[in-house]
Design a protein around this ligand. Structure first.
Ligand code: NAD
Length: 502
């Protein structure tokens, strides 16, 4: 395991993008922020300052929301569904045409390995937009047979229309910057809403590039607005704004709770995609050659900074050592290094603060009596690298098993020949309920366990199956509402029932 110290040079297109004077994207124009303040963007692999971005203030929020409202009432409302499809497809093509640039920006902003960045830009970027492009022409209401109304002698017709909710404020986290932005933009645009997007302060770059492409492909001015800045300023102002109709938030449970409280003024719609602490349950008949790489991916994808991360591993006692030692063997040989190095298998954590938080959890694990199986150290030198770490323990009452760490730390525990309900009860012993997986060759056991796990999404013999078509969201403290798929359109739509008396 080694962390390459040298910086790999980004492409000239990326350097050119970084060198730009990044502004706010409001009403189709790039403009300076009213605060004149800037924030520094840091490459987490090298700790180098790579660019600065504007910090939006309340005046900028006012302007962006006003632009989104005007666009919603104006040109955008007149663009028919087929033309919205065309625009979304053009937007998707523009992302693909800038694949290398997006991938490098994601790497430099977030730290993820370049192969994973490219995978995310396509799967959860351009393909995601294409999926929702197809929905523009398929959003419709119903005709409803009704009983004749009192005092109505004639025939009646009752029908519903699905209308866009209006102005959406999207607030996104830093762990997968481009996917998080597109996951809000795509259903908002498909339904005919307009949007003000505030990306995480630590990772603003791919959202800014999306603003440039929105302009380039002809999305009308004001339909997409991008405000970089702080959650406590621009984020909070968007949440409280009375002319915003919906908040689409992805981030921590703590901030999600605040948003619910602050969004109540105009009773705007709110969807929350929040934290997780997902279980991975491995039965003794599972195919161990599939389980080991599956667990590695479940726990360490995006350095474990992944809301769906499978960070609580429950393995039947008969195969516990084989599985856990197998996972430890793979991760202890993983190459940690800058994401731009194609041979790096795992990148750094997002920030010095995140490294400190994760190391605090590792220390707590060591002090709680859990057995450290591998890892447990931060790497010396530049970059916020932390070794992939595994602990085992006999019960889940310790902090590392209960709290979301959002780093490369896996908790493991063996289980015996209990009934399925007892195993599920242990898997469900968490405040969260986002994802989960079951590993077995017996499909009936897999399906029964999948039904018993309290999570928005459960996979059998894989973990965290993500696709634009699969509904996604959390139970318990993991969220409120669903994104993706047809269900993901619902929070962006409202129903109007109309009755005609003939
Ligand atoms: P965070 O909650 O600190 O920040 C998320 C976003 O909210 C950022 O853009 C931030 O600026 C903004 N924000 C902060 N305070 C705000 C406020 N008072 N009002 C409005 N906006 C505010 O989360 P993070 O640290 O960026 O991301 C990590 C968290 O996100 C983890 O808990 C992770 O599980 C969660 N997450 C969930 C999903 C999901 O789909 N369920 C996906 C990715 C990340």
């Amino acid at each position: 395991m080694s962390a390459a110290a040298e910086t790999l040079a980004p492409s000239s297109a990326t350097r050119e993008f970084l060198d730009q004077d990044h502004k706010l994207f409001i009403n189709g124009r790039w403009q300076r922020s009213s605060t004149s303040e800037r924030t520094v963007v840091v490459d987490p692999a090298t700790e180098a300052q790579i660019t600065t971005t504007a910090i939006a203030g309340e005046d900028d929020v006012e302007q962006a929301v006003a632009a989104a409202r005007a666009a919603f009432k104006g040109e955008w409302s007149k663009i028919n569904s087929h033309n919205r499809t065309r625009l979304l497809l053009k937007f998707a093509d523009a992302i693909d045409a800038n694949m290398a640039l997006f991938s490098e920006l994601e790497v430099l902003d977030n730290g993820m390995p370049v192969g994973i960045a490219t995978y995310c830009v396509r799967k959860a970027g351009s393909d995601f937009l294409r999926y929702y492009a197809g929905w523009c022409t398929k959003i419709h209401g119903q005709t409803i047979p009704v009983s004749p109304m009192e005092a109505a002698n004639g025939d009646t017709l009752t029908y519903t229309r699905r209308e866009p909710v209006g102005v959406v404020a999207a607030i996104t986290p830093w762990n997968a910057p481009l996917p998080m932005a597109v996951m809000k933009l795509a259903p908002a645009l498909a339904t005919g809403c307009t949007i003000v997007l505030k990306p995480a302060e630590l990772t603003p770059l791919s959202a800014l590039l999306l603003g440039h492409l929105a302009k380039e492909v002809g999305i009308p001015d004001g339909v997409v607005n991008i405000l970089t800045g702080h959650g406590s300023q621009a984020g909070a102002a968007l949440v409280a704004h009375d002319d915003v109709n919906k908040i689409a938030f992805t981030g921590s449970t703590e901030v999600g709770r605040q948003i619910l409280q602050q969004a109540g003024g105009n009773l705007k719609k709110v969807t929350l995609e929040l934290g997780g602490k997902s279980p991975v349950v491995v039965f003794p008949d599972a195919d161990i050659q599939r389980v080991i790489p599956g667990v590695v991916r479940a726990a360490y994808f995006l350095q474990g900074q992944n809301c769906m991360a499978g960070t609580r591993l429950f393995v039947h006692q008969d195969i516990f050592d084989e599985v856990v030692n197998g996972v430890a063997d793979v991760v202890s040989r993983m190459k940690l290094g800058p994401g731009l190095d194609p041979s790096s298998e795992m990148g750094p954590l997002i920030s010095a603060q995140q490294r400190e938080t994760v190391m605090g959890y590792i220390q707590s694990g060591k002090e709680s009596g859990a057995k450290l199986i591998t890892g447990g150290e931060a790497l010396e030198g530049k970059g916020y690298f932390v070794q992939p770490t595994i602990f085992s323990h006999t019960n889940q009452d310790i902090k590392i098993a209960r709290e979301e760490i959002f780093g490369p730390v896996l908790f493991t525990q063996a289980f015996g020949d209990s009934d399925l309900q007892a195993i599920a009860d242990e898997a469900n012993r968490s405040d969260y309920g986002l994802s989960g997986s079951v590993w077995t060759r017996d499909i009936s056991v897999g399906l029964k366990m999948a039904a018993l796990i309290d999570a928005g999404q459960v996979s059998v013999n894989c973990h965290a199956a993500v696709d634009a078509a699969i509904p996604f969201g959390g139970n318990k403290l993991s969220g409120w509402g669903r994104e993706f798929g047809q269900e993901g359109l619902e929070p962006y739509l409202k129903t109007k029932a109309t009755t005609v008396l003939f």
